[in-house]
Design a protein around this ligand. Structure first.
Ligand code: GLN
Length: 201
């Protein structure tokens, strides 16, 4: 059993909770920093990254979230969640939590009415992952330690850096929860690794 939280300051929270639901996964809606202590993994949902950042500061989540990710516990960010994780935001300068070594461009696929849905291959996850893009960011640069898992045309849209996973689109707005199962497996593996380390130290 693993415990995965969904940060619930703003954005599409309930849809992630539904996609994560599985017999071996307990899902928590996170509204207070103390709840982080109990979790094995965390999801940053889509929404609006500037608003989310404001709420992160307002409710003193900044340091606890950084500490959570830096402890090696897996984090999965979708859309605005991906923006929160990036080291740099093109045209704006430094990022928010700066967890992943990459540069993002916000609203890179146009505005709300240019939202679209497609099927795309995501490495290690599936050949035909359902992806909904809504005012989505793209990843314009990645460091050597970041693995590109998917591109839409020339643009990087899914990336992984060890225990950190980020995607531009909204897998939670579809019935295809394979991205979430993949993340739950990352969480399970990290938890097992922590347990092994605890025994051998
Ligand atoms: N455009 C939004 C932002 O910059 C992200 C959109 C989304 O999460 N659907 O925060």
């Amino acid at each position: 059993m693993v415990k995965i939280g969904v940060l619930a300051l703003q954005g599409a929270v309930r849809e992630h909770v539904e996609c994560l639901a599985a017999p071996d996964t307990e899902v928590t809606i996170v509204k207070r920093t103390e709840q982080l202590e109990d979790l094995d993994g965390l999801v940053f949902p889509g929404g609006e990254s500037t608003t989310m950042r404001r709420l992160i500061d307002k409710y003193d989540f900044f340091e606890p979230l950084k500490k959570f990710a830096e402890s090696g516990k897996p984090v999965f960010g979708t859309c605005a969640g991906l923006i929160l994780m990036s080291k740099e935001i093109a045209g704006e300068g430094e990022g928010h939590l700066e967890l992943m070594d990459m540069v993002v461009e916000r609203n890179a696929f146009g505005r709300q009415r240019e939202s679209f849905e497609t099927l795309m291959p995501v490495k290690d996850i599936g050949e035909d992952i359902q992806a909904v893009f809504i005012r989505a960011p793209l990843i314009s640069e990645v460091g050597d330690n970041v693995e590109v898992l998917a591109k839409y045309g020339e643009e990087i849209v899914v990336a992984r850096q060890g225990h950190l996973l980020a995607c531009s689109f909204h897998p939670e707005l579809t019935t295809d929860c394979r991205m979430h199962r993949y993340f739950a497996t990352m969480v399970k593996e990290a938890k097992e690794q922590f347990a092994t380390q605890a025994i051998s130290s």
